[in-house]
Design a protein around this ligand. Structure first.
Ligand SMILES: Cc1ncc(COP(=O)(O)O)c(C=O)c1O
Length: 444
């Protein structure tokens, strides 16, 4: 479609493109096109200015078209467009690996590059199973995830993940995956401000029961997000991740923490591992790594795991896995520029400053029509909106109303998710929350 062409009544120009995670027929009836972006805003094809209250899709943490990131991508494209990822490297990818691992605690000292959060999830799960085999523990193949978990859309990610619609269409998935319950009971904990302070041990006993059921000797890894992002912004209690680390360690089970959303500032820190003082065995990254500008993900790996592959292989390839675009030069250049911006422009400091402002603003929606729960952590919030009849029907209308009024937030089923850009000020926070309030009041 030419962006200046008149839109046909049937919007047939939409058909050739099958949109991901989208109600395509509804989209065709009412298409939304983002034509350009700048700073905190998108501009639609009819040149409406829309405040980005969702950081793209949890990824544009420093806003759009940052000049330093744009320049880095342009320069790199003119220097080396592509470098083979197998048997070769290029200077920027080594620099980036060093730059990333220094941000993680303990011996998380190695980075394996991929192109998305989904690939990072499946890569980490494969690493976990292969690691045990390298150590002579080939029976450890089971993977434990959590209800509401989202680790992307690869077969590993959906098997360990806990979102029913992402699983039910796709057959028997990976064998040997099991799930913990999510440590949040909306009936008891609705409208909790920040992290709940409920009994963590109840959930640890549940995990111990799952481990006992399968026997620890069959379990490779437990995989969780620091909070359930795409699952609706559900927030685990204080101390949960720390205790999960202790229980998994006790049983020789690897802990994979999916930081695809949380790394690079969403919690007001470089990553959740540092923020909570937890050293996972593997950490998955994507999104904010280069501000969503060029597809990129990574798995950060502890030295003992890396060493097990290096020492456990006499000669030749140590890990039979990788992608054509792993560590792509454009993505690497964008990531280095993003890391500079994050660290030199006070982005984390600003995030920490606005987190309490956002918390207060979002909880002021309590009492608005049809709001049944509000949850928040860092610069993320989930607002549950009672459905009329079908899952997500009213929340979809709230999303559309806010968008028509110049603010983009996301609805996922009955949950509205809000993820401000980390460089927002009080005014943008207020504009976002007030657009949601107006939509809640307007939508029946
Ligand atoms: C926690 C988490 N893991 C993995 C993914 C998948 O990332 P991608 O869409 O880049 O494959 C997402 C995407 O939202 C995510 O939130």
């Amino acid at each position: 479609m030419n962006s200046s062409a008149p839109i046909s009544p049937n919007n047939d120009w939409v058909r050739p493109y099958w949109l991901p995670f989208t109600a395509n027929k509804a989209y065709r009836a009412d298409p939304r096109l983002m034509a350009r972006a700048d700073g905190h805003h998108y501009y639609t094809s009819d040149d409406r200015k829309v405040l980005d209250g969702f950081s793209g899709l949890w990824c544009c943490n420093v806003g759009h078209n940052h000049p330093k990131i744009v320049e880095a991508i342009q320069k790199q494209a003119a220097t080396i467009d592509y470098s083979p990822s197998f048997n070769f490297g290029h200077p920027k990818i080594f620099e980036l690996a060093a730059r990333l691992v220094e941000q993680f605690p303990g011996s998380l000292n190695h980075a394996f590059f991929v192109n998305s959060g989904s690939e990072a999830g499946d890569t980490a799960l494969k690493m976990a199973i292969a690691y045990h085999r390298m150590k002579g523990d080939a029976s450890r193949t089971r993977l434990i995830g959590r209800a509401r978990g989202y680790h992307g859309v690869g077969f590993g990610g959906i098997s360990v993940g806990g979102m029913v619609n992402n699983r039910k269409f796709f057959g028997s998935l990976l064998p040997g995956a099991d799930h913990m319950s999510f440590p949040y009971d909306p009936k008891a904990h609705a409208f909790t401000v920040g992290q709940p302070t409920i009994d963590v041990e109840h959930y640890m006993r549940e995990l111990e029961d799952i481990i006992a059921l399968h026997d620890a000797s069959t379990i490779a890894a437990v995989m969780v997000e620091p909070f359930a992002g795409s699952g609706g912004v559900y927030v685990p209690p204080v101390g949960y991740l720390n205790r999960l680390r202790e229980v998994t360690k006790k049983h020789g089970i690897l802990l994979i923490v999916d930081e695809v959303i949380t790394a690079f500032g969403r919690l007001g820190a470089e990553n959740a591992a540092s923020a909570y003082g937890v050293e996972p065995d593997l950490v998955t990254l994507a999104k904010g790594i280069n501000n969503g500008s060029v597809p990129m993900g990574a798995v950060i790996v502890r030295s003992d795991i890396y060493d097990a592959f290096m020492d456990g292989t006499k000669a030749g390839v140590e890990f039979f896995h990788g992608y054509t675009y792993s560590g792509h030069p454009l993505a690497a250049a964008a990531a280095l520029a993003t890391q500079d911006v994050l660290q030199s422009e006070g982005v984390y400091e600003n995030a920490r400053k606005i987190i309490p402002i956002f918390e207060q603003a979002i909880h002021s929606l309590k009492g608005e029509p049809n709001v049944t729960d509000i949850r928040n952590i860092g610069l993320a919030s989930g607002v549950t909106i009672a459905r009329r009849q079908n899952p997500g029907d009213r929340a979809t209308d709230v999303f559309k109303h806010a968008f028509a009024n110049g603010v983009y937030v996301r609805n996922n089923g009955d949950d509205l998710a809000i993820a401000p850009i980390l460089t927002f000020g009080e005014i943008e926070i207020e504009q976002t929350v007030e657009a949601v309030r107006a939509a809640l009041r307007a939508v029946n």
